[in-house]
Ligand binder design. Structure first.
Ligand SMILES: C[S@@+](CC[C@H](N)C(=O)[O-])C[C@H]1O[C@@H](n2cnc3c(N)ncnc32)[C@H](O)[C@@H]1O
Length: 236
């Protein structure tokens, strides 16, 4: 079955994403550096600057992976929880954490194990594109935020110009296939990235969706000339 078919339904995407991130978890930090030419750190720093947690702010980092954003928020004084679907990612994050670092737990951002209004801030890096039900995930983020709390999310964009999009996706497919082969002997591994971008609505549509679902003050910042984006919105 092709990747496109495998992620075409919510159940299929859920299964595919679970298997994929369990496979790549141990090499995730290296892969992120390679695929972004080392730029990922700066993009996350920009997200954290926008999030600007005040000391003691209750922050939740979704799809936390090995915890980069959670650790950065913690350094600024946030009381941080990092949550991820993939147990191995959480194990790697915990291994990096000191006893007073962020708390990490395994969980699904589509069904958060927190009461409504629990957090001042919710962040996610490359989280929204991976969920099987994007409106449902946005609803969950809104639910766990307190009134006035904000969400900040970094992800790939889906270029609206067809030619640019085709070139971008072809580029990601070629680079992803090569890296997949070198690191896992499986060229399909990172072809998931362009496949998921193809199905993603893109930054402008995600901003509209956030507004439709109830966020206010929604805006997004273009990153890397618009190939990536950071969304920001508040709960009224
Ligand atoms: C590309 S990684 C991003 C990790 C980290 N945020 C970063 O920026 O380095 C995507 C992460 O999303 C997680 N993920 C995918 N679907 C999820 C879900 N429904 N709930 C929570 N985490 C999810 C995966 O396990 C994976 O760790």
């Amino acid at each position: 079955m092709s990747i496109h078919d495998a992620i075409a339904t919510p159940d299929g995407k859920r299964r595919y994403v679970r298997t994929l991130f369990a496979t790549i978890a141990d090499r995730y930090d290296l892969i992120t550096v390679l695929l972004s030419y080392g730029r990922d750190r700066a993009w996350k720093q920009r997200l954290v600057r926008l999030a600007a947690p005040s000391p003691g702010a209750r922050a939740l980092d979704l799809a936390t992976g090995t915890g980069d954003i959670a650790f950065a928020l913690h350094q600024l004084g946030g009381q941080v929880v990092g949550l991820d679907l993939t147990r191995r990612m959480i194990e790697l994050a915990v291994a990096k954490a000191s006893t007073r670092g962020p708390a990490f737990l395994v969980g699904d951002m589509q069904a958060l194990p927190f009461p409504s209004g629990s957090f001042d801030l919710v962040t996610t890096g490359y989280g929204l594109r991976n969920v099987p039900d994007l409106p449902g995930a946005i609803d969950e983020i809104l639910r766990v935020l307190r009134p006035g709390g904000q969400a900040v999310a970094l992800d790939f964009n889906r270029p609206s110009n067809g030619l640019v999009r085709a070139a971008y996706l072809a580029y990601l497919t070629i680079v992803g296939s090569a890296l997949g082969w070198i690191l896992h002997r499986d060229p399909d591994t990172y072809r998931y990235i362009p496949a998921s971008i193809r199905r993603y609505p893109g930054a402008a549509a995600v901003a509209s969706l956030m507004e439709t679902r109830g966020f206010v003050g929604v805006r997004y910042y273009r990153v890397l000339g618009g190939f990536m984006a950071i969304h920001q919105g508040r709960k009224a």
